[in-house]
Design a protein. Structure first.
Lengths: 102, 504, 120
């Protein structure tokens, strides 16, 4: 069987890619996608830990399902906000979201 | 291996305040659809009634007059209805009520009057309450989102005004980023301990530390990421960058509400996760919990940055935004103190006392700005304060009370909060943090008192309009600030019985 | 997994690239190239295109998509319940009813807000 650390490595990689994307991309949609990557990295962790450490309980799996739904809610709100700004300005370049790049 | 719970396991009674509020919000969502646009005052009233009912239940539960439900735990150990829950409920509900009162006239005159505003506010208040009641990391996460997502929308409520929409996008992108950290941290803690239930985490972390296994590092990184995620919510340095921009761009009544509600929720969750769940994360026996140093360092940075940068601000909303950052620092000292064994309860009490004092003061201060603000969102600069006292003596007096309370002058609520925080810091041997706290408070006096000075002793065009609901909100907040300051035992009695159950 | 099993993964990977790549490359060499204006047009289900093809989609589409997304994701809670239905009994049924009632509230809201109508 694939050892646990491999899953953790994939998850950590995904998380880092997501973090890089948030910090480096200027397009709001791309940032949103990067955030999704981060959430899914956490999901991989949750499910892998569940499968390897306590397959008899459902905790990790259920948590992952909650993360899905919360992520979907976040995307819905985020896209709505971005569409709103787009209608106004015809651009979704998040030039003003460079707060973290100081 | 898995038992199907029954209805009595849910113990719905114990969760009555928050369940009623959430249910009320759902019902109101439907009712509001059938209320015509020009009569949204009905929605506002219904919201106020809903929050009021929930507040009455919380107060009954807090005073111990009525015992709702059986026992502390509800929803299969997910929800903990203890003293901390009750006090956080009261704080969140008072803030929500003030938020509705401050918003009503503002929405009317800016033609934003929509039912969704009040419903979103109710949902986010429910989120803040749930964070205080979390007995499981799952609830911490979901409650955080329930608190934040409505706040993202509310910050962008004033469309098509660009500043508001921009602040909403900023807040959303950075907020979602932070929740990514939080959930990753929770996943690591889950991996190390095999559970998300806080009492079980508490137990398992002790085992992990005793074994000295690699899982220790998972807990460490996990705790750091959770701190980052929650630190963002409460605007602690270095996760504070969004605060001034969002608070400046968002509609002022929203800021009055969210600057307090997000802090209540965030600090409640910090106390639950660190004071309760991770209080056993002690790497050397006899030493305080391993996260204590990090948190008090963050607290020191937060106080320094918030207070120093606030000095040079020329916009009142921005100034108060930096002031909220500074106050997050003060409360963080108390959270750090919870890392010393035996002080968890005292620290949690200090956090709650500070939060309640801060709720009245800060919501009140932003309510005054709402009164000053013109319909086009202008007139919030410091210059607009000049001569306010001669035209609106009562409003200026209330603002003076809020500023004195934020400074921490005795006989105001702010002083009581700071007193308890610094006291617990000294008990926990966090002398450096306490000293920085006192010194930065002295620095903060400069910019808070400048506001008072400008209102009273400088000539200018300062003017404001206070329609009834807003006047009531400011009045309630000012009276609350003074009463809690003059009678400090009200707060300390309320908080005295807060215990973190198994933390001590 | 042993090394042998990894070889299969590699084989499938190669095959997955090869199968779609082959016809594309073959067509490049074999197919006759006689372009005319009609052939150059953007393909839209065989109907002649009217106007610019790169138009913006109506915002209505996004609202549809968002509503769909939210309701779609809720399946994640219903599916496990449906799988374990026989063992869970009345209590879980009650829970799911509560859950669906909440969804109905949301649907009612979208409907009254005219998010489900095309013309607006």
């Amino acid at each position: 069987m694939v050892p646990l650390w491999m899953y953790l490595l994939v998850a950590a990689g995904l998380f880092s890619i997501g973090m890089y994307g948030v910090l480096a991309r200027r397009n709001a949609i791309a940032i949103l996608m990067s955030i999704e990557l981060m959430l899914n990295a956490a999901n991989i962790n949750l499910v892998a830990f569940w499968r390897y450490n306590q397959p008899a309980q459902v905790g990790g799996q259920v948590f992952a399902a909650f993360v899905f739904v919360v992520a979907a809610a976040e995307v819905a709100v985020g896209l709505a906000l971005i569409i709103n700004i787009y209608r106004q300005r015809r651009s979704v370049v998040a030039d003003d979201v460079d707060l973290l790049k100081w | 291996m898995f038992e199907v719970p029954s209805l009595s396991d849910l113990n719905v009674g114990a969760t009555l305040p928050v369940t009623l509020l959430a249910l009320g919000a759902c019902v109101l969502l439907v009712v509001d659809l059938f209320i015509p646009r020009e009569r949204k005052s009905i929605t506002a009233w219904l919201t106020a009634i809903g929050i009021g009912v929930s507040l009455v239940f919380s107060l009954l539960s807090l005073s111990g007059a009525v015992e709702f439900g059986s026992g502390e735990l509800a929803f299969s150990d997910m929800y903990r209805a203890d003293r901390l829950t009750d006090t956080i409920n009261v704080a969140a509900l008072i803030t929500a009520l003030l938020g509705v009162m401050v918003a009503y006239d503002y929405l009317e005159r800016t033609r934003l009057q929509r039912g969704e505003y009040y419903i979103l506010l109710m949902f986010s208040a429910a989120g803040a309450m749930l964070m205080g009641a979390a007995n499981d990391l799952v609830i911490v996460f979901i409650a955080l989102e329930l608190l934040s997502i409505p706040l993202y929308i509310l910050s962008g409520f004033r469309r098509p005004q660009e500043a508001s929409e921009e602040s909403a996008m900023k807040y959303f992108l950075l907020g979602a980023f932070a929740s990514g950290f939080l959930i990753y941290g929770i996943a690591l803690i889950y991996g190390a301990t095999g559970t998300t239930n806080l009492p079980e985490v508490w137990d398992a972390v002790a085992g992990v530390v005793a074994e000295d296994s690699a899982a220790k590092f998972l807990v460490m990184i996990g705790a750091g990421l959770v701190l980052a995620g929650l630190g963002f919510k409460v605007a602690a340095v270095p996760f504070h960058m969004w605060t001034p921009d969002v608070y400046q761009g968002a509609p002022t009544p929203v800021v009055a509400y969210m600057s307090v509600a997000a802090k209540i929720g965030g600090f409640a969750a910090l106390v639950r996760v660190f004071g309760m769940g991770l209080s056993t994360f002690v790497l050397e026996s006899g030493a305080p919990a391993a996260w204590q140093d990090t948190i008090w360092l963050v607290a020191v940075l937060t106080m320094l940055l918030g207070n120093v940068v606030a000095i040079v601000q020329s916009d009142l909303k921005r100034l108060l935004a930096y002031s909220t950052i500074a106050h997050a620092g003060y409360i963080l000292i108390a959270v750090a103190a919870a890392g010393t064994a035996g002080l968890e309860d005292t620290a949690a009490q200090a956090v709650v006392i500070y939060l309640i004092a801060y709720a009245f003061t800060n919501a009140g201060a932003f309510a005054v700005i709402t009164a000053m603000e013109k319909d086009d969102a202008s007139n919030t600069s410091l210059d607009a304060l000049r001569g306010l006292a001669s035209r609106c003596p009562w409003l200026a007096a209330a603002m003076a009370v809020f500023m004195l309370s934020l400074t921490g002058i005795p006989l105001t609520a702010g002083f009581v909060g700071k007193w308890f925080v610094f006291k617990v810091a000294l008990q926990a041997d966090l002398v450096a943090a306490a000293v920085v706290g006192v010194l930065t408070s002295a620095v903060s006096a400069y910019y808070y008192l400048r506001v008072v000075w400008m209102m009273y002793f400088e000539e200018g065009e300062g003017d404001a309009a206070t329609p009834p609901a807003l006047a009531w909100a400011i009045g309630v907040a000012a009276v609350g600030t003074l009463v809690l300051g003059a009678l400090p035992y009200l707060l300390s009695d309320m908080a005295r019985e807060i215990t973190l159950a198994f933390g001590g | 997994m042993t090394v042998n099993e990894w070889i299969f993964v590699g084989l499938f990977l190669a095959l997955a690239w090869l199968l779609p790549a082959t016809p594309i490359i073959l067509a490049k060499f074999l197919a006759p190239k006689r372009p005319n204006p009609i052939k150059q047009q953007v393909y839209e289900c065989g109907v002649e295109t009217t106007g610019n093809t790169w138009v913006q989609f109506r915002a209505q589409y996004y609202i549809y998509a968002l509503v769909f997304l939210l309701f779609d994701v809720e399946i994640v809670f219903l599916f496990p319940w449906a799988l374990a239905y026989n063992k869970l009994g009345l209590f879980a049924l009650f829970e799911v009813v509560v859950f669906i009632v909440l969804l109905v509230v949301a649907l009612l809201y979208t409907w009254r807000k005219r998010a489900l109508e095309w013309s607006s």
